[in-house]
Design a protein around this ligand. Structure first.
Ligand code: ZN
Ligand code: ZN
Length: 412
C-alpha cells in the first residue's frame, strides 16, 4: 500500500469513527473530483470571498426583506486586524500564522493512540453521572435579560433583550457524521429541542461535528430567525434547507446587528472540514457579542495565538469569556489550547470572568474528562481569575453570577 493510500485508509477509518473532524488533522490531497475553486461555497459567499476588500457586501441574508426587522448589514470595524482571513494557493482558508508541518508517522502514531490507546477516565465511568438541571420553556420565558445557560460542550443559550441566542447547538447523541459511531455525549441536554422557545439567532463558530450538528440545525431551523456563521459555513446550512434569507456569513472582524445586539466574527486559530476532501473550505471564527456596554466573548475552537490580544485591544474588555478548555493535547497545540493558554487568552482578552467550555460532554482527547475543570480551576486560583462553572442547565447572571460549584468533583 502506498503512503497516500495508507493515509487515505487511516483517514477513512478516523472519519468513520467520527474523530477526524474533532482533533486530528490528516492531510489528504484534494482530489477525487474536487474542483480547485471551493466547491462548497455558494455563489454569493464565493463572491464575498473573491472580493476581500468589500466588507459590506455580505452574503445571504444580510439585507432584503426576508432578513427581518432589526437587522443591519454587517460592517467591518475600522482599524487594526482588518486583514481578515487568508487563503492558500488552493483557495482554502488558513490561519494568520502557518501551522507547523506534522510528519506522516507522527500522525499515524497519534491516530493509533487516539483510537486504540485511550487511557482510563476520558469519559465518566458507569454510574458516574454528569449533573444536569432540567430547564423548561416557562423558566426561560420568565428569566431576566442577560441570563445564560450552558447546555453542554460549546452549546450556550443566552437571553438578551427578551430574545434567545444559541451558540454551536449540538443536541444529538453523537458528535459524528454517523449515528452509530463517534464520540457519544455524557449527558442529556438540559432542555429538549422542541421545548426550546423561538430563537432570535444561532451563532456558529465552525463546521466540525461537535459544533455544527446537521440534525440539530434542521430541527431548529423553523424556530430560528437568523443563523450567523463564518464565511462558507452558511452554505452548508442552505444546502440542508435553511432559507438563504435567514443566513448571514461573516468574515473575521465583520459585524452585524440583530435585534439590538451586535455580533462580530473575530479570528481564531483552528481548521475546518466535515469529510476527507473539504479541509479548510469554510472559515472558523470566535465571536464577540455586545449588548450596549455588556460584552461576551465566545472562543469557538482555537489554539493560543496573538489574536486574543488584538481582540482585547479592539473591544476593551469582556464581562464574560466563554473559553475553550478541553480536547487539548501536547501533540496538537496549534488547534486547541492547554489550560494555561486558555487562562492567558482570557487575560489577553481583558476578560472579567471566564466560563470554561468545550468539556464535560464529549470525549475528544486523551485527558481525563475532569482534567480541564481541575486544571483551569487551579490556574484561575493562582492568577486570581474568577471562574464560572455552572451545572449544565443552571441559570447564570452574565454580569453578576453567583459562585458556582465544582460539580465535576461530585459527579461520581
Ligand atoms: Zn473544531
Ligand atoms: Zn470542538
Amino acid at each position: 500500500m502506498t503512503r497516500s493510500a495508507t493515509r487515505r485508509a487511516l483517514a477513512a477509518l478516523l472519519c468513520s469513527l467520527g474523530v477526524v473532524a474533532v482533533t486530528v488533522s490528516i492531510s489528504v490531497p484534494r482530489a477525487l473530483g474536487a474542483t480547485s475553486s471551493s466547491p462548497s461555497l455558494g455563489t454569493s459567499a464565493a463572491a464575498v470571498i473573491e472580493t476581500t476588500a468589500a466588507p459590506a457586501s455580505l452574503s445571504e441574508g444580510a439585507s432584503g426583506s426576508s432578513a427581518g426587522a432589526g437587522v443591519s448589514n454587517a460592517v467591518a470595524r475600522a482599524g487594526a486586524g482588518a486583514a481578515g482571513y487568508r487563503r492558500d494557493a488552493e483557495g482554502n482558508y488558513q490561519n494568520a500564522a502557518p501551522q507547523p508541518k506534522q510528519g506522516f508517522w507522527k500522525t499515524v502514531g497519534l491516530f493509533w493512540d487516539v483510537m486504540f490507546r485511550k487511557p482510563a477516565g476520558t469519559e465518566p465511568a458507569a454510574g458516574q453521572a454528569i449533573p444536569v438541571q432540567a430547564l423548561t420553556r416557562a423558566q426561560l420565558m420568565a428569566a431576566p435579560d442577560r441570563t445564560l445557560y450552558r447546555l453542554g460542550h460549546s452549546t450556550v443559550l443566552l437571553k438578551l433583550r427578551g430574545r434567545f441566542w444559541l451558540t454551536d447547538p449540538v443536541f444529538s447523541e453523537r458528535a459524528s457524521p454517523f449515528s452509530f459511531a463517534g464520540p457519544k455525549r455524557f449527558h442529556a441536554p438540559p432542555i429538549a429541542l422542541d421545548e426550546l422557545p423561538e430563537l432570535e439567532g444561532v451563532i456558529l463558530s465552525h463546521d466540525h461535528y461537535d459544533h455544527l450538528d446537521e440534525a440539530t440545525v434542521k430541527a431548529l431551523a423553523p424556530k430560528v430567525r437568523h443563523f450567523l456563521t463564518p464565511l462558507g459555513v452558511g452554505k452548508r446550512l442552505i444546502d440542508w434547507g435553511v432559507p438563504a434569507g435567514q443566513v448571514q456569513q461573516l468574515d473575521w472582524w465583520q459585524s452585524t446587528t440583530v435585534a439590538g445586539v451586535q455580533f462580530t466574527a473575530t479570528p481564531a486559530q483552528h481548521f475546518s472540514g466535515r469529510s476527507l476532501f473539504d479541509r479548510n473550505s469554510t472559515l472558523w471564527a470566535s465571536w464577540v457579542i455586545e449588548d450596549d456596554d455588556m460584552r461576551v466573548f465566545f472562543s469557538g475552537d482555537t489554539g493560543y495565538f496573538d489574536g486574543f490580544k488584538a481582540i482585547g485591544e479592539r473591544f476593551g474588555s469582556f464581562d464574560l469569556t466563554l473559553m475553550e478548555t478541553g480536547a487539548y493535547d501536547a501533540r496538537w497545540p496549534y488547534v486547541h489550547m492547554q489550560p494555561e493558554q486558555t487562562l492567558q487568552a482570557h487575560l489577553d482578552l481583558r476578560g472579567r470572568r471566564m466560563m470554561p467550555i468545550h468539556n464535560g460532554t464529549f470525549d475528544l482527547a486523551m485527558h481525563r474528562w475532569q482534567d480541564p475543570f481541575e486544571r483551569i480551576l487551579a490556574l484561575a486560583r493562582l492568577r486570581d481569575v474568577e471562574l464560572v462553572t455552572p451545572i449544565m442547565g443552571a441559570p447564570v447572571d452574565i454580569e453578576e453570577p453567583v459562585p458556582t460549584q465544582a460539580w465535576w468533583q461530585e459527579a461520581s
